[in-house]
Write a protein of this length. Structure first.
Length: 975
């Protein structure tokens, strides 16, 4: 056994400082750990630290835990909160697993585990923690085919009787042959009392051993105590264990263990990358011009054409920008220099001196060194961050900011139990149709009369069409054919005739190239530490040129659908000029109109399960045929949909390939349009009002309070029809996620006697009435009071700001402005035109939220005035800002032909219908719709007309949206 306790009275560890005081001779904690583990690098090495705030001591953590021989760091008192992203506090080479305290301050436990060690979460304490229970986090790690239970436990107080709950936890995980538990139990084993006896009894009864340690807690002027403990299933495997002071963190010692099970070797990660920066573009184009492309033109099949083109282009770039193997490194923070580490060590030494001799002089010296250390660290970080955000490349700047915890992390962590082959099969959904139902549906589609418009055929693509399509796709993602956008653009003018030939050959022969059907799937976790396949979201990476071809077909098909009015006008998903905002405006306007006439609205929101991945190919082709799309084009779509494969890609790890037998291609340009076509006919089954946004369906009906039962009967009938339609077409609707709400004024709802109303039923399931529902991103409550929505805006904005606050003193002002405009203001602005009927108190709340953004940018204190700083930014006060958004949407509705007719129909110019409006009209004045109550008075339609008519004529006559927005902004700015 090895023990290291330099806080003891042993003279060996004492030295004399410049003041003549005897103090412990301190090595840096990082050096102590490195020396302890240097002779056992092949063991599983674990440490525990009572951090008393990871955020406050993160610089110390970076400096301390830099040894490659440490495999796991267990943390008590992490003091992390759910709103703080893990990327803010990630250690190089480690994955952070957390169980944060959600109520009150302090607390929380966490585990830093080497990123190459697979794990799964076994158990964690619920939050908020129940009384008489500690906080814990247990994970299973697999080392050399050996499963180890690794856990951290924290008891917040010596007054908490946690023993029963702790015993239950140990009994639940007793099946493991190897167990390591470390933590701060707030139970001193140096005492012979009831607490220590209870803990020893529990540990012994579960066949665990307590490894001997000296006192681990050394509070000034207090008796040292043994609170931090190590439990193992077998002391024979504990090759080495011990303790050492960690005064930089708390008065608790760090405890460590070397366990005789070999961890996996660190596998270096390599990235294959072409270096375009050093490429000579002139020589590249010269060689591209000399390539003999005739083999592409003469090849018999489209697959051969694509294969030859891909080979020749790849060979060209292998010469001018060869693929290089780049070893990915987990570099420590560049700002953490040796000089700063020395200052951190001096801070720890001063803390230790105060602990040994707690005088006011020693405390003052420690505080002085601590403050100096904090200033040096802040200045170094500020210099590093300033330098990193001023590189000019916005993509690299955002990549850097994400690495600093700004925005959503793109890191993928594999659970030990995650089988990526099975996950791939989960993503490769099959159709929900049985054979008989499918045949009946196909027969029905084939019996539909042929529309009287001309048949749709694909026209040949011009070079201009192809070039425009290529430039419209901005993603640099590399698909399975390894041809990226960056390989096409430098030689585009040279290869454009070849690309035109290939793309036109595809539509001429009705065949989609096979190699362009293969997709790489990136699984992104929907939540931290996912435990099931449903908690991953698939992101599909398709070949770049496949998306170019899809874009060309999309342009022609969407024009055909638009010109023949074949898409449902109330479908707002994935259509130019249509959005969740226009959909929400339409729905809320209808609700307010009903309230104007003293009616209630029953709104039902339906949730389709995995709809895009469940579409049956044959039925989709049958629907296309019913729209009078030519057999040749249907043949091309059949080729486009069939024969697809996908595999999961995580860094350099790939799953096996899996055939995709249903669903529109994930990430495909055509997929949203094809889905809209597929779901189009559902409207024929609905008698109520409705609105569609992709696969989000809202149905609603208006009724007087006395006829509520009639309205619910109507809704139930519609829900039954929708359920039958979904089963006929192979889609699933989750009844448990279906929501229903009754909306109206308090007076009208009071008259309706909701308790006596019949129940809403969907697919045999009773759907309870909700007080509030979330529809397309906003909360709608039963009175349109918008209280829940304002609360959600506030919550989301503060949550987003917390990831920025840590950097507020390190970022240049220009960067903070960009962050506020891209991450904070969109939360404030989203769909604000759909809830204009706010109280003055609610508007003041939104004003304070905007002021919070201004304070973040300029580093202002809570009570500093912000008006002059808002003027410096040229931002509008919140009321005028919302007015500007109303007018911006109105301008598009009036003059942009792509905007939805369901909004255009709400507006009319005086003496002119909007369809005959002339830009030379003298007054450009809108007709005010009739309205009698406050409900409609504060609607989008009324407020938009009122604001428009109040604008100067010169503003209303603006010739483009950008000019109009600028004029409106300046008009309001000068009020």
């Amino acid at each position: 056994m090895s023990y290291l306790d330099i806080s003891s009275d042993t003279e060996t560890y004492l030295t004399t400082d410049s003041d003549g005081d005897s103090v412990p001779s301190l090595q840096p904690l990082s050096e102590i750990l490195a020396s302890q583990f240097s002779d056992v690098p092949k063991n599983f090495n674990v440490v525990h630290i009572n951090a008393q705030s990871i955020p406050a001591h993160f610089s110390d953590m970076l400096a301390t835990f830099d040894s490659k021989d440490i495999h796991a760091i267990l943390v008590s008192e992490s003091w992390l909160k759910p709103c703080l992203p893990s990327t803010n506090y990630s250690l190089p080479g480690f994955h952070l697993i957390r169980n944060d305290r959600t109520v009150g301050g302090g607390g929380g436990v966490a585990i830093y585990l080497r990123a190459y060690i697979p794990f799964s979460v076994v158990d964690m304490s619920s939050q908020p923690s129940p009384p008489n229970a500690g906080e814990h986090l247990f994970i299973e790690v697999e080392l050399s085919h050996t499963k180890i239970l690794l856990g951290v436990y924290y008891c917040p107080s010596s007054r908490i009787d946690f023993f029963t709950s702790f015993e239950n936890i140990l009994e639940n995980v007793s099946s493991y042959s190897h167990t390591i538990i470390m933590g701060d139990f707030n139970t001193c084993l140096l005492k012979q009392d009831s607490r220590s006896s209870s803990l020893r009894s529990i540990v012994n009864s579960t066949n665990l051993s307590i490894l001997p340690l000296n006192s681990t807690h050394h509070f000034p002027n207090a008796t040292p105590s043994l609170l931090d403990l190590i439990f193992v299933s077998s002391s024979d495997f504990a090759v080495k264990h011990g303790q050492c002071p960690a005064d930089a963190f708390s008065y608790h010692d760090l405890i460590f263990l070397s366990y005789n099970v070999r961890p996996p070797k660190l596998k270096s990660k390599f990235l294959l990358q072409r270096s375009f920066r050093s490429m000579n573009v002139e020589n590249l184009c010269k060689d591209a011009s000399n390539i003999d492309w005739s083999a592409v033109l003469s090849a018999d099949s489209i697959d051969d054409k694509v294969a030859i083109f891909t080979t020749k282009l790849t060979c060209l770039y292998d010469k001018h920008a060869p693929v290089r193997v780049i070893k990915m490194r987990h570099l420590p923070s560049p700002w953490l220099t040796d000089e700063i580490k020395t200052i951190l060590n001096k801070k720890a030494a001063a803390k230790t001196k105060y602990k040994c001799k707690p005088t006011s002089i020693n405390w003052g010296k420690y505080v002085s060194i601590r403050n100096h250390c904090n200033r040096v660290c802040r200045d170094a970080q500020r210099h590093y961050i300033h330098k990193s955000v001023q590189i000019g490349d916005s993509a690299k700047v955002w990549s850097f900011l994400r690495s600093m915890g700004v925005g959503k992390s793109r890191n993928i962590v594999l659970s030990k139990d995650l089988n990526i082959d099975l996950l791939n099969h989960h993503f490769s959904s099959s159709s929900n149709l049985n054979g008989a139902t499918k045949l009946n549906t196909l027969n029905f589609l084939s019996s539909l009369p042929t529309p009287d418009h001309s048949s749709f055929v694909l026209n040949q693509f011009s070079a201009c069409d192809v070039k425009k399509s290529i430039l419209s796709i901005t993603s640099n993602a590399i698909g399975s054919d390894c041809i990226s956008r960056n390989m096409i653009l430098p030689v585009l003018d040279i290869i454009i005739p070849i690309l035109c030939h290939i793309l036109n050959s595809s539509i001429s022969c009705g065949v989609f190239p096979s190699t362009w059907k293969d997709a790489h799937i990136i699984p992104l976790p929907k939540k931290p530490n996912p435990t099931s396949f449903s908690e991953y979201r698939p992101i599909s990476i398709l070949p770049f040129l496949s998306k170019v071809l899809e874009r060309l077909v999309y342009n022609q098909l969407s024009a055909f659908l638009r010109n023949n009015s074949l898409l449902n006008p109330l479908q707002s998903g994935f259509r130019p000029g249509h959005s969740t905002v226009t959909a929400l405006v339409n729905i809320t306007e209808d609700i307010r109109s009903a309230m104007e006439y003293g009616k209630l609205t029953i709104l039902s929101l339906l949730d389709f399960s995995n709809a895009f991945n469940s579409i049956d190919f044959e039925i989709l082709l049958g629907i296309l045929g019913s729209l009078n799309i030519s057999p040749t084009v249907i043949g091309w779509f059949q080729s486009y949909l069939s024969g697809r494969r996908q595999c999961i890609r995580i860094d350099d790890t790939f799953s096996s390939w899996c055939d995709t037998i249903a669903g529109v291609p994930q990430g495909g340009v055509l997929s949203p349009l094809l889905f809209s076509i597929f779901i189009n006919s559902i409207a024929t089954k609905i008698t109520s009002s409705y609105h569609l946004y992709a696969d989000d369906l809202q149905i609603y009906t208006h009724v007087s309070p006395s006829e509520l039962h009639v309205a619910i009967t109507t809704i139930n009938s519609d829900l039954e029809q929708i359920s039958d339609w979904a089963k006929t077409y192979g889609l699933k609707i989750n009844p448990l996620k279906t929501q229903v709400i009754v909306i109206g004024s308090s007076n009208m709802i009071g008259k309706s006697n909701l308790s006596q109303a019949p129940q809403v039923v969907f697919d045999g399931n009773f759907i309870p009435l909700s007080e509030k529902v979330k529809d397309l991103g906003i909360y709608i409550d039963s009175n349109l009071s918008w209280g829940p929505q304002i609360q959600e805006v506030s919550r989301k904005l503060f949550a987003a700001a917390r990831s920025l606050n840590r950097l507020r003193n390190f970022l240049p002002t220009a960067t903070k402005i960009a962050l506020a405009q891209s991450l904070l203001l969109p939360i404030l602005d989203y769909a604000d035109v759909s809830y204009l009927d706010l109280t003055e108190k609610q508007l003041d709340k939104l004003e304070r939220l905007q002021n919070f953004c201004i304070r973040f940018i300029f580093g202002l204190r809570k009570y500093d005035h912000v008006s002059c700083f808002r003027n410096k930014l040229k931002w509008l006060p919140i009321r005028l800002r919302r007015n500007a958004h109303i007018l911006s949407l109105l301008y598009n509705v009036l003059f942009n032909p792509s905007y939805p007719s369901y909004l255009k129909d709400r507006f009319e110019f005086l003496h002119y219908s909007h369809s005959k409006v002339l830009r030379s009209s003298e007054n450009f004045t809108l007709k005010m719709p009739a309205h009698n109550t406050k409900f409609l008075d504060r609607s989008f339609t009324i407020q938009a007309v009122r604001l428009w008519n109040a604008l100067p004529l010169s503003v209303r006559r603006a010739q483009s949206l950008s000019v109009f927005q600028k004029l409106v902004h300046n008009h309001y700015l000068n009020l």
